[in-house]
Design a protein around this ligand. Structure first.
Ligand SMILES: Cc1cc2nc3c(=O)[nH]c(=O)nc-3n(C[C@H](O)[C@H](O)[C@H](O)COP(=O)(O)OP(=O)(O)OC[C@H]3O[C@@H](n4cnc5c(N)ncnc54)[C@H](O)[C@@H]3O)c2cc1C
Length: 380
């Protein structure tokens, strides 16, 4: 009879894997977490200081119940960890009335009964004067349920709670290959073989390297911090709240004001050719002027009052799917493997509910929130 090192392994302890580990351990499952780096410090996606949580998710209606469940579980994590993970600041979605960001949020909110407040471009200029260059056909949508999650702290807290609940965690352990064997899975690492009955692969951008076949690609997406000009220092979170702003050329500017003494956090998502795909195994996170120049050039016309050069940059990886939705489930209904990847630019907020769903899948139970729209087999 085969000897198993654990019932289940979770490979990758970013936001999603950490949450799965926590839920599995809390249910008494014999679970092992394997992380290539140190949780909360890994150069994947789950970092960048803070990440935006929204309730009115325009990306897919199926995400609204997921966001509701995540909100409950973020609160549970805060209680259990006796710490603050969520800053309930609200969030501002700006863009063309018929666009995907503000327009999409408003349509979703109306359809699914999420209470939001709307602003005309003129009202936006008065209420949030840091945003300039707003065309008349742009609107603002205020999601009062939105806020900022403390990214690295949240991952570390989740892994600590998983450990406290009995999970074994191996950091600095890279899984180099995944071998499906009768009745289980062999995980190859430089430290030796790990044999488990089931594996949850939550390795973000690196999923194609461990389990080829899913149409994922990964692009570099820098997070950039700018310091306000001395004479123009009023960039506090209250007056310059977390925002996502769609421009008429399709690019999306996002960021948040000063919180906890940090600089102003900004990023630019370019849906077109400027997004640079990377190989899953490429470890180069070095930054060149190409990574921040477009954003810096845009700021005087959209958010003036900041120094022209960034104070700091962190390189993030955004793992994309053809339809923009996550991938969560059992590929080919295989009893040995569950995958969770493709967080795109909105996966962090949903981490606890995705972790719970991963635990449900491992235990062969229906997920609390229906997740058929995230099936890995939808691309077949
Ligand atoms: C710049 C940027 C801004 C974003 N902003 C937001 C936002 O405001 N709100 C929001 O909700 N989402 C946001 N996102 C998306 C969000 O960050 C991701 O969806 C989410 O963090 C995905 O988490 P993950 O656990 O799937 O992946 P990751 O965080 O990448 O975690 C994967 C983990 O697996 C480990 N790993 C990889 N390969 C191996 C291996 N072979 N063996 C062992 N371990 C391995 C890695 O070290 C890493 O720790 C943003 C993303 C980026 C890039």
């Amino acid at each position: 009879m085969a000897h198993w090192d654990a019932e289940t392994a979770v490979v990758g302890l970013g936001a999603w894997g950490a949450a799965a580990l926590w839920r599995l351990a809390a249910r008494g499952v014999d679970v092992l977490g394997l992380e290539r780096f140190t949780p909360g410090q890994a150069p994947g996606s789950s970092h960048g200081g803070s990440q935006l949580f929204r309730l009115a998710c325009p990306e897919h209606p199926g995400l609204i119940p997921l966001a509701h469940r995540s909100r409950e579980l973020w609160a549970e994590l805060e209680d259990a960890g006796q710490t603050k993970l969520f800053v309930p600041s609200g969030g501002l979605l700006i863009g063309p009335e018929h666009g995907r960001v503000a327009g999409g949020t408003l349509r979703t909110a109306r359809e699914y009964g999420v209470r939001v407040r709307t602003f005309t471009a003129t009202a936006l200029r008065i209420q949030y004067p840091r945003h300039v260059g707003l065309p008349r056909h742009h609107i603002g949508v205020w999601d009062p349920h939105a806020g900022l999650l403390r990214a690295e702290h949240a991952v570390r807290t989740t892994v600590t709670l998983a450990r406290n609940a009995g999970a074994r965690v191996h950091t600095d352990t890279r899984v180099t290959s995944v071998e499906l064997v009768p009745g289980g899975v062999h995980l190859h690492t430089p430290h030796g073989l790990v044999k488990v009955r089931q594996v949850v692969l939550a390795v973000g951008a690196r999923l194609p390297a461990l389990l080829p076949g899913l149409p994922l690609d990964t692009v570099r997406t820098p997070v950039t911090w700018f310091r306000p000009l001395e004479s123009d220092g009023d960039f506090e979170l209250e007056g310059f709240p977390a925002f996502v702003r769609e421009l008429d050329d399709g690019r999306v500017l996002w960021g948040s004001g000063l919180e906890g003494g940090h600089d102003v956090r900004l990023g630019l998502e370019d849906p077109g050719a400027a997004a640079k795909p990377v190989e899953p195994e490429d470890d180069d996170r070095s930054v060149t002027p190409d990574d921040w120049q477009d954003l810096a050039r845009l700021l005087p016309a959209k958010v003036p009052g900041l120094r022209p050069l960034p104070a700091r940059i962190a390189m993030g990886l955004r793992t994309r799917t053809p339809d923009g939705q996550f991938v969560v489930g059992r590929p080919g209904d295989d009893a040995r493997v569950v995958v969770a990847a493709g967080g795109n630019a909105h996966g962090f907020a949903h981490a606890p509910a995705i972790g719970e769903a991963l635990a449900d899948l491992v235990q062969g139970e229906p997920t609390k929130v229906p997740l058929g729209f995230l099936s890995p087999d939808r691309f077949d």
